[in-house]
Design a protein around this ligand. Structure first.
Ligand code: NAP
Length: 386
């Protein structure tokens, strides 16, 4: 039987690469559902190319236009349409490659139905990690990470017994501003921040990589995926992005996962799990690489990482607030409304103003997300007007 896939966020960087993996796969993968936010024309092209009968668009106006233009298939609209798409498509695996906390509702919809989830949308776990993992346990659905570092950890941990792993080590490229001092970051441009040295990704995650918030989000993601306490998860800067993560074991051995930075590798692993299939990437040439280097994170300059760690330790609504404020601030930076250093300031001030509440439901998370967005937007408006 072919494996039936729903690909959410199919018009984005991960989504497009996932469809490329599907096209080249020797395994039987059938795409049965696709979604995007507003990019309806590329979405319909994908649907026609892959013979997908039903799609969803988060933006209702784009959904209307798509429905007018597409007579051969069905277009669902808004967040409810996306949930309907997931729960009715009878798929075996959902790939969630949506950007931002908008990915939480589809994550919950898939896991709630007991459907296995290939998760690129790290924000789902940052915002609702405890509830999301409890839901997966309750329904028996599996979460297979797509983020390259977490895919590496997932593979490294697979053959280890409980209690033998002392530490997880996430690698970070350091982003385009590695080695710069804080005062030098005040004037960096959007174009400079988008010029990631090793990975080609969507705009939001590329800015998160430049601030190192991405590593903060990944720290929280790793904690929830693997149940590892925060004090046993470290981050090390590795500019070449060849070592994707490491695990340190109780007998003094450390295992690493290596490969060229190409998202098709972890995407393919997640889509075919537990099988492995050929992916057309060059074999690693260690001699040509010559040397791999590692250095500590400069947390005085890249304060988003310690901010994320503090929010993670505070728990409750704090990671949700951190994430929402970050999304608002990064969006404002990309629009040229605030400077690069303002991103961390907006997040820090939002966290300080809103405090931490316990979380008992997904609805409470939705409310915390909205409050944080409102507060961060006001801070952005004040800074933009200054
Ligand atoms: N890119 C990478 O290499 C990479 C690596 C590891 C993890 N990730 C994670 O994967 C996720 C996607 O990243 P990306 O770089 O692929 O992002 P991206 O290129 O910006 O694509 C995002 C996708 O999500 C859709 N989308 C955006 N907002 C939405 C909303 N409110 N509701 C429904 N759909 C929405 C977009 O639709 P439109 O095209 O219509 O806007 C697009 O299809 C993020 O969580 C990121 O952290 C990415």
């Amino acid at each position: 039987m072919p494996r039936r896939l729903a690909i959410l966020g199919s018009t984005g960087s991960v989504g497009i690469q996932a469809l490329d993996v599907v096209s080249r796969s020797t395994y039987e993968l059938t795409v049965v559902a696709l979604s995007a936010s507003s990019a309806w024309e590329p979405l319909l092209e994908q649907a026609q190319r892959y013979g997908v009968p039903r799609v969803a668009l988060a933006d209702p106006d784009s959904a209307l236009r798509a429905a007018d233009a597409w007579t051969d298939g069905e277009v669902l609209a808004g967040p409810d349409g996306l949930v309907e798409l997931i729960t009715e498509c009878e798929c075996d695996l959902v790939l969630n490659a949506i950007m931002g906390s908008a990915g939480l509702v589809p994550t919950v919809a898939a896991l709630g139905e007991g459907i296995d989830l290939a998760l690129a949308n790290k924000e789902s776990l940052v915002v609702g990690g405890e509830l999301v993992t409890q839901l997966a346990e309750a329904t028996g659905a599996q979460i297979i990470p797509v983020d390259s570092e977490h895919s590496a950890l997932f593979q490294l941990l697979a053959s280890e017994q409980a209690g033998t792993v002392d530490r997880l080590i996430l690698t970070a490229s350091g982003g385009p501003f590695r080695g710069m001092r804080r005062d030098q970051l005040a004037e960096v441009t959007v174009e400079q921040a988008l010029a990631h040295p090793t990975w080609e990704m969507g705009g939001k995650i590329t800015i998160d990589s430049a601030t190192l918030m991405n590593k903060g989000l990944e720290l929280i993601e790793a904690h929830h995926l693997f149940g590892t306490p925060y004090e046993q998860i470290d981050v090390v800067v590795h500019p070449q992005s060849i070592v994707h993560s490491l695990i340190e074991l109780c007998d003094g051995a450390t295992l690493a996962h290596l490969g060229y930075p190409d998202m098709r590798v972890p995407i393919s692993y997640a889509l075919h799990y537990p099988e492995r299939v050929d992916v057309p990437v060059a074999p690693l040439d260690l001699v040509a690489l010559g040397a791999l280097s590692f250095e500590p994170v400069d947390e005085d300059t890249f304060v988003c990482l310690p901010l994320a760690r503090e929010a993670a330790r505070a728990g409750g609504t704090a990671p949700c607030t951190l994430n929402a404020a970050n999304e608002v601030a990064v969006h404002a930076f990309l629009q040229g409304r605030i400077g690069f250093l303002d991103i961390a300031t907006v997040i820090e001030e939002t966290l300080a103003s809103l405090g931490v509440e316990q979380v008992h439901s997904f609805d409470a998370l939705g409310e915390a997300d909205a409050r944080a967005r409102q507060h961060a937007s006001e801070l952005v408006a004040t800074r933009a007007a200054a």
